[in-house]
Design a protein around this ligand. Structure first.
Ligand code: PLP
Length: 411
C-alpha cells in the first residue's frame, strides 16, 4: 500500500517532487537541512543513468564454458552503482565496469551488519533466444525496500520501477552473459551497504546500492536430488520481532555453525524450528512446504508457515507457489504453522506425502528425510506435486507456459 502510494508520487515529479522532498528532508533530518542545495533526489531516477562500457574483453574471453559454471563464482563485466548521501538523496545511477569497492574500514556495514541484499534472475526465453526478461522483479524491489526500512537505512523509499529500469539496463549491457537453455540464467545480486565512515552506532549518512550479476547453470544436472534435513532444536534462525522477514546479511552469518554441525552428521541442510512446540519455519535459506493429508479434514493440504509473525522470509518463489496452487483449486492451501509433532504423526499415519524447500536458486528442492530428536522421519521420494510446481514455475520463467499477468517483465 505504502509502496504503491510512493510509486504514484513519483509519477508526478518535477516541482512537486522538489517541494515534497524539501518537506521530507526538513522533517526527517536536521543535518540534511544544512546542505539542501546539493539535492539530487529522494528517488532513484533511471532517466539520468550513465553507462561506462568496459574497454577490454579479457574477462568475457576467459569465462568458463556454460557447462562448467559454478554458482556464484563467475561475475559478468558490469555493475550498477547508486549512492545515497545525506542532504543529497540518491545520486545519479551509474553502470560501470565490474570493480572492487573502496570503502573506509570504519564503514558501519563492516561493523554493525548494516547490509541487505536480494537474489533474482534474468532469463532468456526458450522460445526466442533473443528475448530476455525478469521474473516478478517488483517483489524483489518491495522486499529490498522493506529490508532497508527494517535496518533504518536511508533511501529506503526509492521508486521500485526506477530501480527495475536501472537493473534492466544493466542486464541489457551484459546481455551476452545470460547463458541460453533450460536452467540457465543470469543471477542478479542487488546489495545495499552502509558506507558511512563512523565507528559510532547510528543511522548511516551514506549508503551504496550496487548490483552485480553472475551467470548460473541448472541447479539439478541429472534430475532432482532430494536432500536430508536435520531439524535444529538448539540454534534459532529467526524470532518474532527480529529480522527473519528481511533479507539482511546478519541472518545468514548466524546459521553457519548450525549448517556445519548438520553437515558433520550427514545432513545437507538445517530445518529451522521455533517455539516450545517446535514449529517448522524455513529450511536452510529457503521457504518450506509440506503436502499432507490433513488429519481433521482428511483432505490433501499444502502447508507453509505464515508471514504474520515476522520470522519468515517472504519468498518470491513461496508467493508464486501459493498463487498457482490456489488458482488450481484442487487441494487446500494453508499458511499456518505445522509442528514437528504433527509432521511425525502424519508420517506415522502415512499421511505425509511430500516436502520441499522453495527459493530462487533451485526453485524447489525435494526433501526425503527430516531428523528430529534422533529419529529420521522418511518422506516419500519426489512426488507429483513437487514435479508439477517445478514444471509450472520453470515453464513460466522460460516462457514455455503462460504467465499470470505482471509476472514477466520483458527487457
Ligand atoms: C532468499 C530467501 C528465501 C527465498 O526467497 P526467494 O525470493 O523465493 O528466492 C527464503 N528464505 C530465506 C531465509 C531467504 O534468504
Amino acid at each position: 500500500m505504502a509502496l504503491r502510494h510512493r510509486q504514484a508520487l513519483s509519477l508526478h515529479r518535477s516541482s512537486s517532487e522538489f517541494r515534497s522532498l524539501r518537506q521530507w528532508v526538513a522533517t526527517n533530518s536536521l543535518s540534511a537541512q544544512r546542505s539542501l542545495q546539493g539535492v539530487s533526489s529522494r528517488f532513484i531516477s533511471s532517466s539520468h543513468l550513465t553507462i561506462e562500457q568496459k574497454s577490454d574483453r579479457s574477462n568475457w574471453e576467459h569465462r568458463p564454458s556454460k557447462e562448467d559454471l559454478k554458482f556464484g563464482t563467475t561475475l559478468s563485466d558490469h555493475m550498477l552503482m547508486i549512492e545515497w548521501n545525506v542532504g543529497k538523496g540518491w545520486d545519479t545511477p551509474k553502470i560501470v565496469p565490474y570493480q572492487d569497492l573502496r570503502i573506509s574500514p570504519a564503514a558501519s556495514s563492516l561493523h554493525y551488519g548494516l547490509q541487505c541484499f536480494e537474489g533474482m534472475k534474468a532469463y532468456r526465453s526458450l522460445l526466442d533466444d533473443n528475448s530476455i526478461h525478469l521474473f516478478r522483479p517488483d517483489k524483489n524491489m518491495e522486499r529490498l525496500s522493506n529490508s532497508m526500512h527494517r535496518l533504518h537505512m536511508p533511501g529506503a523509499d526509492f521508486d521500485p520501477d526506477e530501480l527495475i529500469n536501472c537493473i534492466g539496463e544493466l542486464v541489457k549491457v551484459d546481455k551476452e552473459w545470460i547463458p541460453s537453455g533450460e536452467g540457465y540464467s543470469l543471477y542478479l545480486r542487488p546489495t545495499v551497504i552502509a558506507t558511512h565512515r563512523f565507528l559510532g552506532l547510528a543511522a548511516p549518512e551514506s549508503v551504496l546500492l550496487y548490483v552485480i550479476t553472475s551467470p548460473v547453470g541448472p541447479y539439478y544436472k541429472t534430475g532432482f536430488n532430494p536432500i536430508k534435513l536435520t531439524s535444529d532444536t538448539h540454534y534459532v534462525r529467526a524470532w518474532p520481532g527480529g529480522t527473519g522477514n528481511a533479507k539482511v546479511g546478519g541472518n545468514y552469518a548466524s546459521t553457519m555453525k548450525a549448517a556445519a554441525e548438520a553437515a558433520e552428521e550427514g545432513y545437507s541442510q538445517v530445518l529451522w524450528l521455533f517455539g516450545e512446540n517446535d514449529e517448522v519455519t524455513e529450511v536452510g535459506a529457503m521457504n518450506f512446504f509440506v503436502y499432507l493429508i490433513n488429519k481433521e479434514t482428511q483432505r490433501p493440504e499444502l502447508v507453509t508457515a505464515p508471514l504474520t509473525r515476522g520470522d519468515i522470509l517472504p519468498g518470491v518463489t513461496r508467493a508464486s507457489i501459493l498463487d498457482l496452487a490456489r488458482s488450481w483449486g484442487e487441494f487446500d492451501v494453508s499458511e499456518r504453522y505445522i509442528t514437528m509433532g504433527e509432521l511425525k504423526e502424519a508420517s506415522d499415519d502415512n499421511r505425509l506425502l511430500e516436502a520441499f524447500g522453495a527459493g530462487t536458486a533451485a526453485v524447489v528442492t525435494p526433501v526425503s528425510c527430516i531428523q528430529y530428536k534422533g529419529e529420521d522421519i522418511e518422506i516419500p521420494a519426489v512426488g507429483d506435486l513437487t514435479q508439477r510446481v517445478w514444471d509450472e514455475i520453470t515453464g513460466i520463467q522460460y516462457r514455455t507456459r503462460e504467465a499470470p499477468s505482471g509476472w514477466i517483465v520483458e527487457l
